[in-house]
Design a protein. Structure first.
Length: 235
């Protein structure tokens, strides 16, 4: 066993590599430094050096800083080969619906279930619940402007799985669009115009109903029913 008191920079790098290889989660520089009995600054510097060394040597793996820690990842250049191997395993993968819903939440968070439905055009409640169970999506609170509807966002596990430091590193979806019409559709979806239009139309319908009620002198019970309908749409 290597003596921590006699480890030189190269030996420290080796120790860091060994620990990162057996870690299934990102590990912070401070946690690694504590084990090696060195300063976090020293570890951060060595990790940065390793990152550059792997890149310059074009290794089949990369070292990245994600979700508040460091972790080894396979090189994107070998994605097809890695994918073929992984798909040969008997593992549970995300369905197309789950991937679509996860993308909506990632790019438009925080969102409610109704907002996700507005973008996808179908009810996504079951899919959202599944993503929450998988730890990729979490409840972030409630929206008082939408009847206390639960709002959702992505988790650190999501960042880790996709190799991101933060959601600011999400790629521009427009680059994947085959034509200008598709790019315009994506821009509208991500800007929330479709959702806003739907909400505005719903509000206009409710306003018209209230005007009719006020004009005919209906009792308070009718007003209560409209309030309930509004809350149901927001949940």
């Amino acid at each position: 066993m290597a003596d921590l008191d006699t480890l030189n920079p190269n030996s420290l790098k080796g120790a860091l590599e060994a620990m990162l290889l057996v870690s299934s989660d990102p590990v912070s520089a401070s946690a690694l430094a504590k084990i090696l009995d060195v300063t976090p600054g020293e570890v951060a510097s060595l990790l940065a050096e390793l990152k550059v060394e792997y890149e310059e040597a074009n290794r089949g793996f990369q070292l990245r800083e994600v979700a508040g820690g460091w972790r080894l990842f396979t090189h994107p250049a070998y994605h097809e080969q890695v994918e073929a191997l992984v798909l040969s395993w008997d593992t549970q993968r995300l369905s197309q619906a789950a991937l679509e819903t996860l993308a909506v939440i990632a790019y438009h968070q925080p969102v409610t279930r109704e907002m996700v439905k507005g973008i996808r055009g179908v009810n996504s409640d079951g899919v959202i619940s599944s993503l929450v169970e998988k730890g990729l999506v979490r409840e972030m609170g409630r929206d008082p402007q939408r009847g206390q509807a639960i709002i959702y966002g992505t988790t650190n596990a999501f960042l880790e799985k996709f190799g991101l430091k933060s959601t600011r590193e999400l790629p521009d979806l427009e680059q994947f669009a085959p034509d200008e019409e598709s790019r315009r559709f994506i821009r509208e979806r991500l800007s929330g115009r479709t959702i806003q239009s739907t909400l505005e139309e719903t509000q206009e319908d409710l306003d018209e109903e209230r005007e009719l009620i006020d004009g005919t002198g209906d009792d308070d019970d009718d007003l209560y029913v409209i309030g309930d309908a509004t809350n149901e749409n927001d949940e």
